[in-house]
Design a protein around this ligand. Structure first.
Ligand SMILES: Nc1ncnc2c1ncn2[C@@H]1O[C@H](COP(=O)(O)OP(=O)(O)O)[C@@H](O)[C@H]1O
Ligand SMILES: O=C(CO)[C@@H](O)[C@H](O)COP(=O)(O)O
Length: 499
């Protein structure tokens, strides 16, 4: 039997899957790392933590593998998007990576609109200037840490840096490059127009490759440290959402994905690169050649739940925290939560807005708050689904993945709030599975990603909307949608008190 490895370099942890030729997950390893948040709006990670934890994970995986390591033929990657890693001439990391959920760059986003023009930016990159994207982070370092910027020779995204440390080769794939605001998404090349406008040289950007492309072997040193074979083929990999889509079979028109990780996304496959969503949703290159996807993003989806757990129930596991939410009726007895705890992206691109609990009653217990958090996150994702439906898409069936797909009540809640059938897969590790599929296709086990996905991916359970709940949630959703506008001004006034 042959095997491939899918590495998902997430925000909360690196998750590594060993998958055989039948698509069975033979081993799963997860190693977590933390976020560094110096002040409100800042979110960083030390790239060395990614290397250390991935290496540890691979060592564990190889140690517990009872087959011949030479049969582990390929490895590929899925990575948290947009994070800026800057290295110098000697490829030494110059500062912590600034992550996708860091919102310090509102001023740089305004500068991008002024310099490029909003319409032109949309024409080239298909996306608006959002704090989370990479170009604003590059401009922030240029302005605030000029001595660091002057020493930088090339930028990378998180999984590209990990792959560089494993192979010694630097590349970036189209699906991840699409989230930098430096790529001409339709023409699939770095935008020299945008690079010139910001005085950035083309050498600052890594060579572009397809996600399934072979980009080298691991170094002898990395092979020795991990126990992997030096002959293992390394394939580029993709953005976590592109990989999540591949790993959930979102490889043809009409397929929709809901992924609840640290962030939450609703994503739809697009064959075409010339649709106009006016920047209301993200429009990126897929990990499949010449395909695209559109996507709405809730910045703090799983993060809202983990924030609640860390703050109010540190010692409980997620399973314990969620064990009594079934006792709380739909609508959490009038308690409403908005998950804007680090600002928001879709539909309100607003780095200043913050979350709220509305309707706190003396009768509410912890379980009501927990259920309200889950409902608020799901309402936020439903706003993206509404945008897709309003643009003419039919969304009646959604594949749900990510940490959020671990809980049955939450899956039923998704069916009821989205008013769509929810499919849970045998593994909720969509991005890791997508990376494994890229490696399997790269190894020529299959003639297309789709053929591989058909073998590797199975639905384990389907959740159907319950009409009575759908009706209740519809009514509460209209109240939820008002909270943003009703609390916007209050939050703006509170900014000066944030640290
Ligand atoms: N048992 C569980 N039930 C529901 N949600 C969970 C559970 N375990 C983890 N989560 C949620 O999943 C999130 C992590 O999901 P994951 O897909 O691993 O994220 P990432 O790829 O961003 O690292 C956590 O923030 C948490 O909110
Ligand atoms: O910023 C985005 C997408 O634009 C995020 O989806 C990141 O890619 C992080 O993903 P998770 O760690 O939540 O999976």
């Amino acid at each position: 039997m042959k095997y491939v490895i899918g590495v998902d370099l997430g925000t909360s942890a690196v998750k590594i899957l060993l998958v055989n030729q039948n698509g069975e997950v033979c081993k799963e390893v997860s190693k977590s790392y933390s976020l560094i948040s110096e002040k409100s709006g800042y979110s960083e990670q030390n790239p060395e933590d990614w290397i250390e934890k991935t290496t540890l994970g691979l060592v564990e995986l190889v140690e517990e593998f009872d087959g011949d390591v030479n049969n582990i033929e390929g490895i590929s990657f899925s990575g948290q998007m947009h994070g800026l890693v800057l290295v110098d001439q000697d490829k030494q990391v110059l500062r912590n990576a600034i992550l996708w959920n860091d919102t310090r760059t509102t001023k740089q986003c305004e500068e991008i609109y002024e310099v490029v023009g909003k319409q032109r930016l949309l024409e080239i990159t298909k996306n608006p200037a959002l704090e989370g994207f990479t170009l604003p982070k590059i401009l922030w370092v240029k302005e605030h840490e000029p001595e660091i910027f002057a020493r930088s020779s090339v930028f990378m995204l998180p999984k590209d840096y990990l792959r560089y440390r494993m192979t010694g080769n630097i590349h970036m794939d189209y699906s991840d490059a699409a989230g930098t605001l430096l790529l001409n998404v339709a023409k699939r090349g770095w935008s020299h127009e945008i690079l010139n406008l910001f005085d950035l040289s083309p050498e600052f950007c890594p060579p572009l490759v397809e996600s399934h492309m072979f980009v080298g072997n691991i170094t002898a040193e990395f092979a020795q440290t991990t126990g992997l074979s030096e002959t293992i083929k390394v394939f580029a990999g993709g953005a976590d959402n592109a990989c999540g889509a591949i790993g959930s079979g979102i490889l043809s028109e009409g397929k929709t994905l809901c992924s609840i990780g640290t962030s939450g996304v609703v994503l739809s496959y697009e064959e075409r690169n010339d649709l106009d969503f006016e920047g209301k949703v993200h429009y990126f290159n897929h990990g499949e050649e010449n395909a695209y996807y559109t996507m709405g993003v809730t910045l703090a989806a799983g993060y809202s739940l983990s924030w609640f757990k860390e703050t109010f129930a540190k010692l409980d596991a997620f399973e314990q925290l969620l064990e009594d939410i079934d006792e709380v009726p739909v609508g959490s007895n009038g308690l409403l939560f908005t998950p804007y705890i680090v600002g928001e992206r879709t539909p309100h691109a607003d780095s200043n807005i913050r979350g709220s609990f509305i309707g706190i009653d003396a009768a509410h217990e912890r379980k009501h708050f927990v259920r309200a958090v889950l409902e608020g996150i799901t309402f936020s994702l439903n706003e993206s689904i509404e945008i897709f439906r309003n643009s003419g898409k039919t969304i009646d069936s959604i594949v749900s993945i990510g940490g959020g797909a671990k809980n049955e009540t939450w899956l039923q809640m998704q069916a009821d709030i989205f008013n769509a059938k929810i499919e849970r897969l045998t593994s909720e590790q969509g991005p890791g599975m997508g990376a494994a599929i890229l490696a399997a296709y790269g190894c020529d086990w299959f003639t297309s990603l789709k053929e591989c996905a058909d073998v590797f991916i199975q639905t384990s359970k389907t959740y159907h909307p319950i009409p009575k709940n759908v009706e209740t949630y519809k009514n509460i959703f209209t109240i939820y949608q008002q909270v943003y506008t009703q609390t916007k001004m209050l939050n703006d006034q509170l900014i000066k008190f944030r640290r």
